[in-house]
Design a protein around this ligand. Structure first.
Ligand SMILES: Cc1ncc(COP(=O)(O)O)c(C=O)c1O
Length: 417
């Protein structure tokens, strides 16, 4: 990828000209507006996007670091957290905070768990966090930052967490186990009920990573989808991460971290007066917290309401089922597992999926990949409902090109950088 080195212009430039320039910079970007992007973007339509954008702009200058200065943001954050807890069966006393994203929410969960264990006198240097192999890499990152050891445990044959294997991996040094609802690579909800029992038996912290499903699964369940229990209704669940900037459809920079008790959450907070700038208390990793992200999440939640989210969930689930059925009907392709929400993957035993990916990329379709098994990953938005037929036609054409040993951009090595 090309690197550009900027230089501050001597004189300020006209905004209209800059705006035009910025719009043209986008020409090489993935075409998400036409629903050709099935990763990074959650496109619920222009009406939702407008609410997210305008609410962000209304509060772009305000800073969530200062609740006394901006009681508006404090109130919106409290209400957003309350809505999340309500959706995720938060018991009395449960609490939470907004963060900048799933990775920060996960970092906060792991840090809180570690610091609570340390306060109880446990040795936490190099202590273990045991996760299914499908858990997000944000757990590895958190462990790396916090001086903990990540232990990745092989999955069951159905690509979900294997509670037996996780149970065997728990030892005296284990602080936390993890389940995803759903995991990113396979889009599947782990058997959280079993993990909850395990956590209670072993006396370890269970974090549920519902970054993808937290603002989706509850509505899918209301629509009749058979979503197994995965949240605070299970007594072993200590904390949950749930992203507003994914299927909450809010502007980027908005996630929630929830704790079962206030007592537990205290270990998340950083508080100090060890400098001349006055006493400071921050609930999450950030100092300055963008008012726009908080406002945008608040506005989109209220603009959609239960009805709106149920309708979006219905569209995404139907689109996923339709795509999976059509792909399974093609001779060269198959899907994996039984996803219930908006993520699925498909691969092939006869064609190299990454070559097919390359041909789809050349046709303007941008998505993720999975390496085990080699597969093409789809994280669907409501907007994809309108492009299923185009995608399937291009998939067949891409497969034909690969079958014929198509040259040129036939292969791709997708990565997240
Ligand atoms: C299951 C899951 N957890 C955590 C994350 C990390 O979220 P973020 O990219 O907002 O930091 C993701 C991102 O896709 C995810 O899918």
């Amino acid at each position: 990828m090309e690197e550009y080195r900027g230089k501050l212009p001597e004189r300020g430039q006209d905004w209209d000209a800059l705006r035009t320039q910025m719009e043209s910079l986008r020409e090489g970007d993935a075409d998400w507006r036409n629903a050709r992007t099935a990763v990074y973007i959650f496109n619920a339509g222009e009406d939702v996007s407008r609410v997210a954008r305008e609410a962000y702009a209304l509060y772009q200058a305000e800073n969530g670091l200062g609740p006394l200065a901006f009681p508006s943001l404090k109130r919106m954050e409290d209400e957003v957290v309350g809505i999340g807890l309500d959706l995720l069966h938060g018991p009395a006393g449960a609490c939470g905070n907004m963060t900048a994203g799933g990775s920060e929410s996960i970092l906060m969960a792991v840090k809180t768990c570690r610091d609570q264990a340390a306060a109880k006198g446990r040795n936490v240097v190099g202590a273990r966090v045991v996760v299914p192999a499908s858990a997000h890499l944000a757990f590895d990152k958190a462990c790396h930052y916090l001086g903990l050891q990540i232990v990745r445990v092989p999955l069951a044959p159905d690509y979900r967490a294997d509670p037996e294997a996780i149970s065997e991996a728990i030892d005296d040094e284990t602080l936390m186990i993890v389940g995803s609802a759903p995991c990113f690579p396979y889009g599947l909800i782990d058997p959280i009920e079993r993990l909850s029992d395990l956590a209670l038996e072993a006396g370890v912290w269970l974090h549920v990573d519902a970054c993808v499903g937290g603002y989706f699964a509850p509505f899918a369940r209301m629509n009749g989808v058979d979503v197994p229990p995965f949240d605070f209704e299970l007594p072993g669940v200590a904390s949950i991460s749930a992203d507003l900037h994914k299927y909450g459809y809010a502007a980027k920079g908005a996630s929630t971290i929830f704790h079962r008790t206030e007592e537990q959450r205290e270990f998340q907070v950083f508080e100090s007066g060890n400098w001349p700038g006055g006493h400071m208390r921050t609930p999450t990793a950030a100092g300055t917290r963008p008012g726009g992200a908080i406002a945008s999440a608040w506005a989109v939640l209220h603009a959609l309401g239960v009805e709106g989210y149920r309708e979006k969930a219905r569209i995404v689930c139907e689109t996923r089922a339709r795509m999976m059925a059509a792909i399974n009907a093609l001779p060269d392709f198959r899907t994996y597992g039984e996803p219930k929400l908006g993520l699925f993957l498909f691969g092939s035993e006869t064609l190299d999926p990454f070559k097919v990916y390359g041909r789809l990329l050349a046709r303007g379709w941008f998505s993720g990949i999975v390496t085990e098994p080699k597969a093409i990953h789809q994280m669907l938005s409501p907007a994809h409902a309108g492009v299923v037929d185009d995608y399937l036609a291009d998939l067949e054409a891409a497969a034909e090109e690969v079958r014929n040993g198509g040259e040129g951009e036939a292969s791709a090595s997708p990565r997240y950088a």
